[in-house]
Design a protein around this ligand. Structure first.
Ligand SMILES: C[S@@+](CC[C@H](N)C(=O)[O-])C[C@H]1O[C@@H](n2cnc3c(N)ncnc32)[C@H](O)[C@@H]1O
Length: 192
């Protein structure tokens, strides 16, 4: 049953999650079992840390999570945080260093809103494209990419790009995602 938007915020507070976003990843992971089987995970756009907390709870002892954001993030145990921009040279270095050996990339990144819908849609589209390019460089042959995108005029193009890159593509709207938000999540499995 669909819970109210307020429900997830209150539950996050009670259960010690930094954001209600944690439940979106928990629900997606419950369906697709992405985290436990992964040895190397990247969490892109991780602040304030709700998704990193979920990953830290679920990863194996020997697994590693690297998280990045332009904003600072309070430490999450078991997560290596870097305060960098996705488009920076530092991230490009990370891509090269982790070429073809990443199991899972998750991105909850969304652009800072300008208030102009066309501009915001374009900025989010650029972020989505960058994540897809990064996944081509970084994922191993069994890897997976999970990104946030939006149900707007660009969605079809983003889904088409996913279909070019992945053997299986799923579009999801987790129950914890605000009903009023146009956000949806795309999951690509098995790079072609
Ligand atoms: C919705 S929040 C992520 C919430 C997070 N998943 C959680 O559970 O706490 C989106 C994040 O994307 C980050 N972001 C936006 N543009 C970015 C960029 N170019 N590089 C890195 N992070 C970026 C923002 O700073 C923001 O913290």
């Amino acid at each position: 049953m669909k819970r109210s938007d307020e429900y997830w915020a209150q539950r996050a507070k009670k259960e010690g999650y930094r954001s209600r976003a944690s439940y979106k990843l928990l629900q997606l992971d419950e369906k697709y079992n992405l985290i436990t089987k992964s040895s190397l995970i990247f969490d892109l756009g991780c602040a304030p840390g709700g998704w990193s907390q979920v990953i830290a709870e679920k990863i194996n002892v020997s697994a590693k999570c690297i998280a990045i954001d332009i904003l600072n993030m309070q430490r999450v145990d078991k997560v290596e945080f870097h305060q960098i921009d996705l488009f920076s040279n530092e991230f490009k270095d990370m891509m090269n260093k982790n070429s073809k050996c990443v199991d899972l990339i998750v991105s909850d990144i969304s652009a800072n809103l300008s208030g102009i819908k066309l501009v915001d849609d374009e900025n989010n589209f650029e972020l989505n494209l960058f994540c897809i390019e990064a996944s081509k460089e970084m994922l191993n042959p069994n890897g997976a990419l999970l990104i946030k995108t939006f149900n707007n005029s660009k969605l079809k193009e983003v889904v088409n790009k996913f279909n070019d890159v992945f053997s299986t593509v799923c579009v999801e709207k987790p129950v914890a995602s605000k009903t009023s938000s146009s956000e949806v999540y795309l999951l690509g499995l098995i790079p072609k």
